[in-house]
Design a protein around this ligand. Structure first.
Ligand code: AMP
Length: 321
């Protein structure tokens, strides 16, 4: 199993329920589990060197705080495996421009008339290299990555046909209930939309964000359908059966103001995240331990990738004498 997250700032509950929680839940189910910090990918949108480096360490803290076990998981920075850029180049020569122009991320950027750098355009190719170089079978992700996995399979097939069988075709693992977590405005939760609830916010910050979730102008006593509200959809990620009943009844019976419902929801969220937030605080004082884990993981991932690249270079005929 292999997956990664970009170190572009604080991860949010969409990253958590879409992808990161899966990493934790699956970490004992595979012989080998690779989880990386996608710092090369972050460079497509963020070129400030200090930020990417610092954010990478922050993300490593997040990974450990949510419960990834460094005894089970190989945790590493993508840039510890420069072989992926070499493989990405070889793959770039196999895929066509029109094919990559159909990728969502590029189409979205173009539609917004953003100036797209070549890195953004090539993003799916680098991601294919990340996955295929480690022979991953399963890649747990959110729904927005589905197309990238299709591209990875297509690239594996192309390489295998052109140069000989060497790459496995990986499968995405997407959880239906949380494939696209919505933000406080009802759109997909995303850092670029400014609608996120950070996983490691303080209780106060979380409450403030929940209090700002837009509602409607229905009167206190009106009966409401909770399923119509983004607040309820977000709360549902965190509630147990009793808490869910309680929130539903506040909407359905009427008589409870939105501020009160929101306070209840913020409390449920903060309780759910309490333990991992505390664990992160403890880890913050132990950065050397975190750096050690990254270095060890980087070495394993790099050596494995280099082995694969030796095969790739032979298949491509690059080493002919
Ligand atoms: P990124 O921050 O783009 O590196 O995303 C890391 C992981 O989080 C990827 O697997 C995404 O598919 C997943 N993800 C990001 N936003 C959401 C969301 N709103 N709902 C579900 N999964 C998401």
């Amino acid at each position: 199993m292999l997956s990664g997250v970009k170190p572009t700032g604080r991860p949010h509950i969409g990253n958590y329920f879409g992808a990161m929680k899966q990493f934790v839940d699956l970490q004992s189910d595979f012989d080998e589990v690779f989880v990386f910090i996608a710092d090369y990918h972050a460079m497509t949108s963020d070129t400030k060197k200090l930020l990417i480096g610092q954010n990478s360490i922050e993300l490593a803290l997040d990974y450990l705080a949510i419960g990834l076990d460094p005894e089970k998981v190989i945790l590493f920075r993508q840039s510890s495996v420069p072989q992926v850029t070499e493989l990405s180049w070889i793959f770039s020569c196999l895929v066509t421009m029109p094919y990559l122009m159909r990728a969502h991320a590029f189409k979205d950027a173009e539609a917004k008339k953003k100036e797209v750098n070549v890195g953004t355009f090539n993003y799916p190719v680098l991601m294919s290299a990340d996955i295929l170089i480690q022979d991953a079978d399963i890649v747990p992700v959110g729904n927005d990555q589905k197309q990238h996995l299709e591209i990875a399979r297509e690239i594996a097939r192309k390489f295998n046909t052109q140069y000989g069988m060497i790459f496995k075709e990986p499968q995405e693992k997407i959880l239906e209930e949380t494939e696209t977590v919505i933000g406080i405005d009802g759109q997909k939760m995303s850092k670029s939309y400014g609608n996120t609830i950070p996983l490691f916010a303080t209780d106060e910050e979380t409450e403030k964000i929940i209090m700002s979730v837009p509602m409607d102008s229905k009167g206190i006593d009106e009966k409401k359908n909770p399923d119509d509200y983004n607040l309820y959809k977000i709360a549902k990620l965190f509630t147990n059966e009793n808490q869910d009943k309680e929130i539903r009844s506040m909407f359905e019976n009427g008589g409870v103001g939105y501020a009160e419902i929101k306070k209840y929801v913020a409390n449920v969220i903060n309780n759910y995240l309490k333990e991992m937030r505390e664990r992160r605080k403890e880890l913050e004082n132990n950065r050397d331990y975190v750096l050690e884990i990254l270095e060890k993981g980087g070495k394993i991932a790099r050596e494995r990738a280099e082995k694969k690249m030796e095969e790739v270079r032979v298949k491509c005929g690059l080493n002919a004498e």
